[in-house]
Design a protein around this ligand. Structure first.
Ligand code: ADP
Ligand code: MG
Length: 245
């Protein structure tokens, strides 16, 4: 399978404080990689490095073989290939859902308005929100807004989607509706790197699991090995912290 993303031995620190060291990750087309680890271990920072929102001190990140770094000349072109969804949805409050979705494709990609509208309506329908197209973000629930945020990322036709704890701020009853959308994207072969604390979801969606702790990748493997047969004590402890048995 074709490699889309190659992270090679990257290290990141803020001032003198190291967040992670020597992390490598290769993601192939259609693969879903789920990253887990304790709070503060650098998961968000890692995704932000991939999207060139952060400088790295060492190593290299390649998307389709092209180097990504915050000083690249073609940064905006490279970034168009990466869709990112965060915990907070930051939709524009003064624009309707449809207008929010059409904004970037029309302004940045110069997609004709009729085409962008058609695609937005199709995607809204797919996530069960067609009836909300003319509503404003404040009129939607958190789960609905997060589904819109996913659609907004898809509107740019990214080659890879980075999802950073996208259900962490949602009420429990809304988590499922958002994760079901992500599962359906995985089934259609989307390439994704997902950070989540939803372990059952992780197990269902992941082709590969990665555990980061203490600034390093401590363990990685197939979902089955990872959950059923963790090799390190640290991962065992981490997984146990989610269980009530
Ligand atoms: P996670 O997403 O795994 O919870 P983060 O990537 O948010 O972890 O943070 C990793 C570490 O980097 C934390 O110790 C955090 O305090 C630190 N950190 C994150 N952003 C900054 C920043 N802009 N300046 C300084 N330290 C930061
Ligand atoms: Mg985080």
């Amino acid at each position: 399978m074709e490699v889309i993303l190659e992270v090679k031995n990257i290290s990141k620190s803020y001032d003198d404080i190291s967040v992670f060291e020597n992390i490598s990750l290769t993601v192939k087309k259609g693969e879903v990689v789920v990253i887990v680890g304790p709070s503060g271990c650098g998961k968000s920072t890692f995704l932000r490095c991939i999207n060139a929102l952060e400088n790295i001190q060492e190593g290299e990140i390649l998307l389709d073989g092209e180097a990504i770094d915050p000083s690249s000349k073609d940064l905006s072109k490279i970034r168009e290939k990466i869709g990112m969804v965060f915990q907070s949805y930051d939709l524009f409050p003064h624009l309707t859902i449809l207008q929010n979705l059409m904004l970037a494709p029309v302004k940045v990609k110069k997609t004709p308005k009729t085409e962008a509208e058609k695609e937005a309506l199709q995607l809204l329908d797919r996530v069960g929100l067609l009836s909300k197209k003319d509503n404003y973000p404040r009129q939607l629930s958190g789960g609905q807004k997060q589904r819109v945020a996913i659609v907004r990322a898809l509107m740019m036709h990214p080659e890879i989607l980075l999802l950073d704890e996208i259900t962490a701020a949602l009420d429990p009853e809304m988590v499922r509706e958002v994760l079901d959308v992500v599962l359906s994207l995985a089934k259609e072969g989307r390439t994704m790197v997902i950070v989540t604390h939803e372990m059952q979801f992780a197990r269902a969606v992941a082709d590969r699991m990665v555990f980061i702790d203490g600034g390093k990748i401590v363990e990685e493997g197939s979902a089955q090995e990872f959950f059923d047969d963790p090799k390190t004590e640290r991962l065992r402890k981490f997984l146990n912290s989610f269980s009530y048995e």
